[in-house]
Design a binder for this molecule. Structure first.
Ligand code: WT7
Length: 636
């Protein structure tokens, strides 16, 4: 038996990297890098921007004349595709693999940088032929397949703006996002494989488009080969469009020169109230931010094989499956399906098969796989791994230990990265050459100034809980909420004027390590997925039997948080199991399986404030058997 090494769990114990890890790290002294950047943030980001190609260099690093509408690298001309593809295909990297993709069924497809660029150029020409021009919105609703990446890059290449909607969302969620964005084109597939099931995406698109807001065209990728309805004049097969002699250029398509501040994409995410907000990111600053963070935190090297298990439909996928790794000229692994299909060793078999060196995943997935026991991992050679990563929610010590020991064999540091759809890039994260504390995302990335404050905006003492804020702007920050700049100011910059309000509670210990606790708003993180109570409640109300609905998140062993719903039924409806079943199906159909409530309870009244606002805090306290005063006042 191997002797068990103790793993630090409290704030006094640090977990030190080995000398070999420090010796090979891109950043040998993270503390020095942080101090250096803090001295002159603009000089720091200018230096990081110099590492990329530009059509024309910027005039101003940071324009803060109209706070909080910060602008970065103004006067600069670029396009994220210039750095993600164009500059690589001019070098030996044209022959390097950009993408290794495996379907759930085991089919493998690979793309060199040359091949990926060719497909992107062809599809960019297709989009142009459909009349898509700079500034147009394109919705991408896809399974996890290479065409998702191709569609995103092709859209960016011609200066259009993509809005990727996670393929696990369903009719109403998709409809709302297509309509709000005003997309000209929707790109989808006939369907995708997930856990042995076929998810019929085109069918969901058809239903969503019946609810109005129809785009001009729908492009459909044939992935499953199932029967789908094709509306003449509106719907086109991707494979047919790709073989048309679209332009005399054929395989060539020029990348459009963009201003650094021109929009690259919007991404809908849930917030406190009402409909999801479209977070807007731009070409210039975002390129710089994802590039710098991936290179430093995950220590990316030319020889690495990088695997981020997220879905391109979330910010993690945008920044660290698509743009970050391609800007780095890295080789990425992408897998279509479920980690447990056909057996709970699927992920470990993929690591072994492709020799993955850096593996970035989520606490919820680790907890889920842990429960099958370590033998599934132990039957695979995982010795190619050198770094691990975690994102989406705090990682609990038990999951950390299992990940570290069973997957990383006690030699791979775990990079716990704290960030958000809004931040675009890691805000807090360790670097490999730095001591870790399991469960802490450690310290802010160079150039980032974070703090924990009380309700009055004063820094709290070490170890005390408070609100997490960011005091400086950063290049990959969101620029606004698409079509709703007022909400941008109100949500993020008004609680503590001048500072970015993250919506999380946290503690900072005496060593300056941050411990993120969780959301303080009505956002629920279910298996790391971000959902809003308001969106779920509205979906309940559209069911014929429901008069009123309140939704809260309660702790769950694997999912982190699970959705609990309290419903008041309309008169004449009987509260029984059939109705519960029907309601769960309804939510799944409207929003997607991720929003399915764990538990539904029928009640005759809901606790409300005098103005009629539901007091979810009270529901939470009751459900957890606490007095209402026990629940942190932070929740108010
Ligand atoms: C929220 C943002 C950006 C990646 C995916 C999530 C929580 C994220 C961590 C972490 C503790 C974390 C926060 C944050 N969160 N990473 N390492 N430790 N909490 O993006 O969907 O915009 O959610 O996820 O609560 O505010 P998102």
């Amino acid at each position: 038996m191997k002797e068990e090494k103790p793993i630090a769990q409290n704030t006094n114990e640090l977990f030190h990297p080995s000398p070999e890890i420090i010796a090979q790290a891109n950043v040998k002294d993270p503390e020095a890098a942080r101090l250096e950047a803090a001295k002159d943030i603009q000089a720091y980001w200018a230096k990081r921007a110099e590492e990329l190609d530009w059509y024309k260099k910027w005039d101003t690093v940071l324009d803060d004349t109209n706070k909080p509408f910060y602008k970065w690298f103004t006067g600069g001309k670029t396009n994220i595709v210039l750095n993600a593809l164009d500059r690589h295909v001019k070098t030996w990297r044209r022959n390097k693999l950009a993408l290794i993709w495996e379907s759930e069924k085991g089919e493998v497809r690979t793309f060199s940088y040359h091949a990926l660029n060719r497909e992107v150029c062809k599809f960019a020409n297709v989009l142009k032929s459909m009349g898509v021009v700079k500034g147009d919105l394109v919705t991408i609703y896809m399974p996890r397949i290479p065409e998702t990446v191709i569609a995103m890059l092709a859209t960016a290449k011609i200066g259009a703006v993509h809005s990727v909607v996670y393929g696990g969302f369903s009719v109403e969620a998709l409809h709302g996002r297509i309509e709000d964005s005003g997309s000209k084109v929707v790109i989808t597939a006939d369907g995708g494989n997930m856990n042995g099931k076929k998810i019929e995406l085109k069918k969901i698109v058809d239903e969503a488009l019946q609810r109005s807001g129809a785009p001009e065209h729908v492009v459909v990728i044939k992935h499953l080969g199932i029967d789908v309805m094709m509306e003449q004049g509106r719907d086109f097969w991707y494979h047919e469009l790709m073989t048309l002699p679209i332009s005399k250029n054929g395989l060539k398509c020029e990348t459009i020169e963009m201003d650094a501040e021109d929009p690259l994409f919007i991404l809908y995410t849930s917030g406190t109230t009402g409909k999801p907000k479209a977070i807007l990111h731009t070409h210039g600053g975002y390129s710089v931010g994802v590039h710098a963070t991936l290179k430093d935190v995950f220590d990316l090297k030319e020889e690495d094989r990088w695997w981020c298990t997220a879905d391109p439909g979330w910010i993690t996928g945008h920044s660290y499956i698509v743009y970050g790794p391609l800007i780095a000229g890295a080789t990425s692994v992408m897998y279509e399906g479920a980690p447990t299909y056909p057996y709970p060793d699927r992920w470990w078999s993929i690591i072994e098969k492709y020799g993955v060196t850096i593996f970035y995943s989520t606490p919820t997935a680790i907890r889920g796989l842990m429960r099958f026991g370590e033998s599934w991992a132990n039957r695979h050679d995982l010795s190619s791994l050198r770094l691990l990563g975690s994102v989406g929610e705090p990682i609990n010590p038990e999951a950390w230990r299992w990940f570290y020991k069973i997957i990383g064999k006690e030699k791979c540091p775990i990079m716990d990265t704290w960030w958000q759809t809004e931040t675009g890039m890691f805000m807090m994260a360790p670097m490999p050459a730095q001591p870790l504390k399991p469960g802490s995302a450690t310290k802010p990335f160079p150039g980032i100034d974070a703090d924990v404050v009380n309700a009055e905006g004063k820094s709290v003492a070490p170890g005390e809980e408070g609100f997490l804020i960011l005091k400086n702007p950063w290049p990959a920050m969101m620029r606004t909420i698409f079509k709703d700049p007022e909400r941008y100011v109100k949500t993020y910059w008004s609680t503590y004027p001048g500072y970015y309000f993250a919506g999380d509670s946290a503690r900072k210990d005496k060593d300056g390590y941050f411990w993120v606790i969780g959301r303080v708003d009505d956002v629920i993180k279910v298996s790391g997925y971000r959902l809003g109570t308001a969106e779920i409640e509205s979906a309940f109300i559209t069911h014929h039997s429901v008069a009123e609905a309140a939704v809260i998140g309660l702790p769950h062993e694997i999912k982190g948080m699970a959705i609990h719903a309290y419903l008041i039924l309309k008169a004449g409806n009987e509260a029984n199991d059939t109705l519960v079943d029907d309601l769960r199906k309804h939510i799944s159909h409207e929003l997607g399986p991720i929003a399915k409530p764990e538990k539904i309870e029928f009640v005759t009244s809901l606790p409300k404030t005098r103005s009629g606002k539901i007091m979810r805090r009270v529901l939470k306290a009751r459900a957890q058997g606490m007095s209402e005063g026990d629940i942190s006042t932070l929740e108010e």
